[in-house]
Ligand binder design. Structure first.
Ligand code: AMP
Length: 323
């Protein structure tokens, strides 16, 4: 089980942290993937943009290879059982621990005029999304590790207080380390809203990709034995993610002969070859309203069937059954 917020254009971080794993998992697991539209309300003030964002996220997931016939692919708000489990889990979440969550503190810094209770309880809603399907594996990027720990805490607290209902969920990446796709400016990670010139979007055209990569931060460098600076290591990582070899560039770096312009050119062309087919497919799907409606209906039906079973188990364990 996993989800992506419809708050803007999807980027390489979303692809390599989340989407790529969704597509691999759909072949051998029972999967639930959603567009986290309720989560988006914690930060999105102008909800007029929501419909467009939701269609974009649906289309970009499918263009990346997600098959709505193989998985339950749905919109969070189409499964109202989510809100019911969220309410039940809120009784197990302590305000003190929510206030200490680093993502909450970041949001307080970013939107000091809109510190709503939904922001504070974001990890509880996320736990509800996951536990609703009694999911055990959650394909996410490295930034979500702490939220998963909180989801495990809520599952365990529920089980201890009321009786065993929920398995423990873990962040998942096929046995490999969780991915953090770095931003092109050498600091932090790619993200939907921060530093758009340093983030590569799945909707970027060829020129935008070339321009962003040509401006990516590098450091003059490379002396024998010198450590590779983060900005350069980031470009090596991006090169490997899109199937390029870095051994020769790393050797040149160590010798002090690396030509960043050449490396960036190769990286840009590989990136274009990677992004263009996704962008083109997504564009066609995004404009097919009837198909997207069918996808959402089909997904909601599958998700609600699973959610109903979980909620019955949860309510029975709590003692909310009086017949
Ligand atoms: P969000 O865009 O915050 O809704 O995140 C959706 C998914 O993309 C989550 O699984 C995140 O962990 C993942 N993700 C977002 N940014 C990155 C990044 N820069 N690197 C790796 N994964 C990411």
């Amino acid at each position: 089980m996993s989800g992506i917020r419809p708050t803007g254009f999807l980027h390489l971080g979303n692809y390599f942290g989340a989407l790529r794993n969704y597509v691999r998992m759909q072949e051998s697991y029972n999967c639930y993937f959603m567009v986290a539209d309720l989560h988006a309300l914690t930060t999105l003030k102008d909800t007029k943009e929501l419909k467009g964002h939701v269609r974009r996220v649906l289309a970009e997931n499918i263009a990346s290879g997600l098959d709505p016939e193989k998985v339950a692919f749905y919109c969070q708000s189409h499964v109202p059982e989510t809100a019911e489990l969220y309410l039940l889990l809120n009784m197990l979440a302590y305000v003190g621990e929510l206030e200490k969550t680093p993502t909450f503190k970041d949001k307080v810094r970013l939107q000091p005029m809109n510190v709503n209770a939904g922001l504070l309880t974001y990890p509880v809603l996320q736990a509800a999304d996951i536990l609703l399907h009694r999911a055990t594996l959650v394909p996410v990027g490295k930034d979500q590790e702490q939220h998963l720990e909180m989801a495990r805490n809520y599952a365990n607290r529920f089980n201890q207080r009321y009786g065993e209902v929920f398995p423990e969920p873990y962040a998942f990446n096929f046995g490999e380390d969780l991915v953090k796709v770095p931003s092109l400016d050498g600091a932090g990670k790619m993200s939907k809203s921060e530093n758009q010139l340093a983030t590569l979007y799945l909707a970027d055209d060829d020129d935008a990709i070339r321009k962003k990569i040509s401006k990516a931060k590098t450091e003059s460098g490379g002396a024998p034995g010198a450590p590779v600076p983060d900005s350069v290591a980031n470009l090596f990582q991006l090169m490997r993610l899109v199937g390029g070899e870095t051994a020769a560039y790393e050797a040149q770096f160590n010798e002090g002969t690396i030509r960043y312009g050449d490396m960036k050119k190769e990286l840009a062309e590989r990136m274009i070859a990677f992004i263009t087919p996704i962008r083109e497919k997504a564009e066609a799907i995004r404009n097919d309203e009837a198909y997207l409606r069918k996808v959402m209906d089909m997904g909601a039906e599958k998700a609600r069937a699973s959610a109903k079973v979980t909620l019955e188990l949860a309510k029975e364990a709590i003692g909310l059954n009086y017949y």
